[in-house]
Design a protein around this ligand. Structure first.
Ligand SMILES: [Zn+2]
Length: 229
């Protein structure tokens, strides 16, 4: 081997070690590093949510949430799941079980020890007209960042699925009492035959989780720019 060949090989090796590693900073592959996200799979236990025959919303919410937990974690986030199985958070002594369930979800999100940056409630929609389809995001203006997050999520859903739905306000108990930023995501319609099939497929749950995660990454970039500018 000539000396020049050896020099060129050494240059290539050093470029691979120093050049590429500098071009690919840690934060590019882990854009959610340092972020704490609570995933709230809607309903559960005694509360099935909406249903079609023996297909329950609570089960689809949990399945999507588990995929979302993995995808967010792979981007660097710390993820807390409000429930990991078919249970709700009510106490056997709660006079109003649904209220007790939602109250404890708020406490879980607002728990100061977690330092939660964001929460995402995962639900499935229903409408009497079965032609309605598409994901829809709902927010309460209690925190101004909720609308920012909702608009970014809706933009990503429109880009990825051409959904006809749009951002809406909600006045539901959980959302009007949670001060940490977050939104309610209706991932699609159980009343629509096509989405009823798709929402139960793992490949589609993965696609939805990727859309949500990309929107969450853009949200954190957007509020960082707003805060510094
Ligand atoms: Zn629901």
């Amino acid at each position: 081997m000539s000396r020049w060949v050896l020099v060129i090989i050494l240059i290539i090796i050093s470029f691979m070690i120093f050049g590429f590693s500098n071009k690919q900073p840690f934060s590019d592959s882990l854009p959610l590093l340092g972020k704490v996200i609570v995933v709230d799979p809607g309903h559960g236990g005694r509360d099935p949510g909406t249903m079609y025959g023996s297909i329950y919303e609570k089960d689809i919410n949990l399945a999507i949430s588990k995929v979302l937990e993995r995808v967010l974690s792979q981007k660097g986030a710390i993820v807390y799941m409000i429930r990991e199985d078919d249970s709700d958070l009510s106490s056997i002594y709660d006079a109003k079980k649904k209220r007790g369930d939602l109250y404890r979800r708020i406490l879980f999100i607002e728990d100061e020890k977690k330092h939660t940056d964001l929460y995402l409630s995962i639900h499935i929609n229903w409408y009497r007209n079965s032609s309605w389809s598409g994901a829809e995001v709902l927010y309460h203006p209690i925190n101004p960042n909720n609308k920012v997050l909702g608009e970014i999520l809706m933009k990503h859903f429109k880009n990825d699925y051409h959904t006809q739905r749009s951002l809406k306000k909600t006045d539901l108990y959980l959302y009007r009492n949670t001060t940490i930023p977050g939104v309610l995501i209706e991932c699609g319609f159980l009343s629509n035959p096509n989405e009823r099939y798709l929402l139960r497929q793992e490949s589609y749950q993965e696609k939805i989780s990727n859309t949500i995660t990309n929107a969450v990454i853009e949200y954190f970039q957007t509020i960082a720019i707003t805060a510094s500018g």
